[in-house]
Design a protein around this ligand. Structure first.
Ligand code: AMP
Length: 204
């Protein structure tokens, strides 16, 4: 299956994408992870992206589109993928559609996690605190200032993608405010997959 997961920062895209990827046996492709890895490596992409990410701004379309097209051309993605954090602009969505069409491929669904904005700051602060407690690095953009910019970018540049994919008949919207396992079950139901206990988080 070829899927996109759409939602604001802190909506739970990463967690849900990981569960779907595991169940479907396809890679979870997170542009945020790809860009952070590039920053750590100090590659040209990383150098171009570092300050933008820290401020919460979007990285240029050409950079992310190239990263994604490179990854989906790899053998691991031959049977599908779940894109987490891409596309984030109409320009990215259109470029991606064109590339898929050229490769005679299509998307199966775009899953939107709907979450009211007021809970997102709490979730991001919680995520930063959990990472710190676990001795993991805290993301440079998990702070109130960058979150404000990230939310604005989502509202103005990414939210219009819901209409774009609704028009294409691909959008499936799920309430992302419920407990994590319930959200997973709803997403599986949208894809006509039966959730198994191992697909949920209760077993760790
Ligand atoms: P994420 O981990 O998805 O929250 O992404 C973290 C940051 O990486 C974003 O705030 C952007 O600065 C950058 N980023 C990730 N994906 C994209 C994308 N598709 N387009 C532009 N910038 C992106």
């Amino acid at each position: 299956m070829r899927l996109i997961i759409l939602g604001p920062p802190g909506a739970g895209k990463g967690t849900q994408a990981a569960r779907l990827a595991e169940r479907l046996g396809v890679p979870q492709l997170s542009t945020g992870d790809m860009l952070r890895a590039a920053v750590t490596k100090g590659s040209p992409v990383g150098l171009a992206a570092r300050d933008l990410i820290a401020r919460g701004e979007l990285v240029g379309d050409d950079i992310v589109v190239n990263c994604v097209l490179g990854r989906i051309a790899e053998p691991g993605a031959a049977s599908g993928f779940i894109l987490d954090g891409f596309p984030r602009t109409l320009g990215q969505a259109r470029a991606f559609d064109q590339a898929l069409e050229k490769a005679h491929l299509g998307l199966d669904a775009v899953l939107e996690l709907k979450v009211v904005e007021s809970v997102l700051l709490d979730r991001i602060i919680y995520r930063a605190r959990e990472a710190k407690a676990a001795g993991l690095p805290v993301r440079a953009d998990d702070n109130p200032e960058a979150l404000k910019v990230r939310l604005e970018a989502y509202r103005t540049q990414t939210q219009p993608l819901a209409d774009y994919y609704r028009t294409a008949g691909l959008l499936r919207t799920v309430n992302g405010l419920r407990p994590v396992d319930e959200v997973t079950s709803s997403l599986f139901a949208e894809l006509r997959l039966q959730p198994r206990t191992a697909d949920l988080g209760s077993l760790g």
